[in-house]
Design a protein around this ligand. Structure first.
Ligand code: ADP
Ligand code: TZD
Length: 575
């Protein structure tokens, strides 16, 4: 960019941001334009980046987080100042909670005015607000520092435990100019942003000794294990040791769910009975009942090995007998190497009575489930609808499943088997509603594979307007709304006798399919498994944006799905 042929070539803040991202292999921005970043979105597109423009920043942020998880590079979300920033912040905090790498880049008002609180357009001290909600937060004031700012953001998002990073770019920065050659020289290509962390040999031996002595060993795989992309090593560890494993919901498919060592169908039994549990990229948070209580059986009989990159995760809920700190790839391959070198082919598989007891429970539970799935009630229930979706995913194991809701989530997690790593995206550590369309859009944009979003009707509502985005970019997303007329179910009554419906009840018989039709996509109203299956098959085959309004019995489902016990009244009753 030069106006004068004799003057040295100039660049500006806009271009430096774009060049710094591209230099680091980042080719996609998820965002929503407005002052001061509209031109940045245009220029990024002109410079060959993919710019996916959303209807609400939270969904752009969720898309960035999912892209981070799926690619192992930080996903980028770009927003305007104050309100746009705040809309993106939920996604940033959620990404950090889930250990997904993303960078929220927000334009901001001028420091001079913000700091004196003089009432600028969309004024807010965004940096201060973002800080407690993410791994790191930076602000760049000078164009010459953009390279450093973006390098620091990338490294912070990816290194150690991945997470969200906030980058504050005040409006004035974008128009700042500088010599183009100096600008180019100021950019940093980040070298080794997620360095391997090799576990200490004695920690490997300690873990191995515990594993070897176990009578009833169990491996729990979490979404950290999926994220680590150590698929072959993890498979080798599981198969080499013969130890049964349990995938957390987003680790489903890391090994195919029909693997004979999967203990998913005997989950309660193995958690309660195992004597040595090896956690691989899974925290002992509420999703694992904090490692104690009834779920886990007698505490004295249980010892934990935990593989994690974050040393402070260890002992967070219960004592960890053998912490193994490092990246999962290095830790798991070190374990396999140690097994090979000390045991060769003499590693003894777990005792047959343990494996036999698990197999027996699996068989029983699987045949019970098969009988339930074979029923064909009218109206459809969660099971009959999900049986069809299960078959569709089996036929297209490369499809990505996005899943949110309460009952819709719980049933889909246990009924829809996954066969490939990183194909299932769901509500994650917070159990948050609203990830549906953002995750679906990212999955479709990043992978080009079919996406099947299995959505409770309440859950869908949080991001429903993004079906326009799906249609605008013609993405191969099939949204299935499990429509049971309300949050959890549709039968609640207003106890006061006033005209309002109960707080959990929606408009009865709503036609979510029309929403997709409004933007040129395919809408289908499905009242039977056959109709649902046909529409899903066509959607996956054609790749056309589709929304199937799957009518589910409004009496099916329980309040809060499987976590009813966390409602204050139920929790109080238990005490
Ligand atoms: P889940 O919800 O599936 O149980 P969590 O999100 O609770 O899984 O746990 C993921 C864990 O994985 C986190 O503690 C995180 O520090 C860890 N982690 C993420 N990436 C890696 C990695 N590459 N190597 C080691 N640990 C990792
Ligand atoms: N708001 C946010 C952001 N996250 C939440 N988890 C909730 C509210 C509370 N909540 C749940 O935990 S599940 C759920 C809400 C509102 C919706 C359940 O209804 P649904 O699913 O229609 O999506 P089912 O399948 O009918 O139970």
């Amino acid at each position: 960019m030069t106006n004068d042929a004799t003057a040295p070539e100039q660049t500006d803040g806009f271009h430096l941001v774009i060049d710094a991202l591209k230099l680091n292999g980042i080719d996609t921005i998820f965002g929503l334009p407005g002052i001061p970043i509209t031109d940045l979105t245009r220029m990024a597109q002109a410079e060959g980046m993919r710019v996916i423009s959303f209807r609400h920043e939270q969904h752009a942020g969720n898309a960035a987080a999912a892209a981070g998880y799926l690619t192992g590079k930080p996903g980028i979300c770009l927003t305007v100042s104050a309100p746009g920033f705040l809309n993106g912040l939920t996604a940033l905090a959620n990404a950090t909670t889930n250990c997904f790498p993303m960078i929220l880049i927000s334009g901001s008002s001028e420091r001079e005015i913000v700091d004196l609180q003089q009432g600028d357009y969309e004024e807010m001290d965004q940096l201060a607000i973002a800080k407690p909600l993410c791994k790191a937060a930076y602000r760049v004031l000078h164009a010459a520092d953009i390279g450093v700012g973006i390098a620091r953001a990338i490294r912070a998002a990816l290194s150690g435990r991945p997470g969200g990073v906030y980058l504050d770019l005040p409006a004035k920065l974008f128009a700042q100019t500088m010599d183009a050659a100096a600008g180019r020289a100021s950019l940093i290509k980040v070298v080794d942003p997620a360095p391997r962390q090799i576990p200490a040999p004695d920690a490997v031996q300690r873990a191995l000794a515990l594993l070897k002595g176990a009578k009833r060993p169990l491996i729990v795989l979490g979404k950290g294990a999926s994220y680590a992309r150590a698929d072959a090593d993890i498979r080798a560890l599981v198969e080499r040791t013969g130890i049964p494993y349990l995938p957390m919901s987003m680790a489903k498919g890391l090994l195919p769910d029909n693997h004979e060592q999967s203990a998913s169908a005997a989950r309660s039994y193995v958690l309660a009975e195992a004597d040595v549990v090896m956690l691989v990229g899974a925290r002992l948070n509420w999703l694992l009942s904090h490692g104690k209580g009834k779920t886990w059986g007698a505490p004295a009989a249980k010892q934990f090995i935990q593989i994690d990159i974050a040393p402070t995760e260890i002992d967070s809920n219960v004592a960890i007998a053998a912490p193994l700190i490092g990246d999962i790839g290095s830790c798991v391959s070190a374990l396999v190497a140690a097994i090979d070198s000390s045991h060769g082919s003499n590693w003894a598989p777990p005792p047959p009575d343990w494996l036999g007891a698990i197999a027996e429970r699996k068989d029983k539970n699987l045949s019970k489930m098969a009988a339930t799935l074979a029923l064909n009630p009218t109206p459809m229930n969660f099971h009959s609808a999900l049986a069809v979706i299960r078959d569709a995913v089996k036929a297209r194991p490369d499809a990505i499943v996005v899943n949110e809701g309460a009952n819709t989530l719980d049933f889909a997690r246990s009924i829809v088997d996954m066969y490939e790593p990183r194909k299932r995206l769901d509500v994650g550590t917070w159990g948050i509603m609203g990830i549906g369309m953002g995750y679906s859009i990212a999955a479709a944009v990043i992978t080009g594979k079919p996406v099947i979003a299995i959505e409770g009707d309440s859950a869908f509502g949080f991001s429903g307007m993004e079906v326009e985005t799906i249609c605008r970019y013609n993405l191969p997303v099939c949204v299935i709304v499990f429509n049971n007329n309300g949050v959890y179910r549709g039968t609640d009554v207003n106890g006061s006798g006033s005209a309002d419906v109960a707080p959990t009840v929606f408009v009865k018989g709503a036609r979510y399919d029309k929403l997709m039709e409004a933007f040129g996509g395919v809408g289908v109203h499905a009242t039977t498994p056959a109709e649902l299956g046909k529409a899903l098959h066509e959607a996956v085959a054609s790749g056309r944006p589709t929304l199937i309004n799957a009518v589910i019995d409004e009496t099916a489902g329980t309040e809060s799905g499987r976590i009813t016990s966390l409602n204050p009244q139920s929790a109080a009753k238990k005490k």
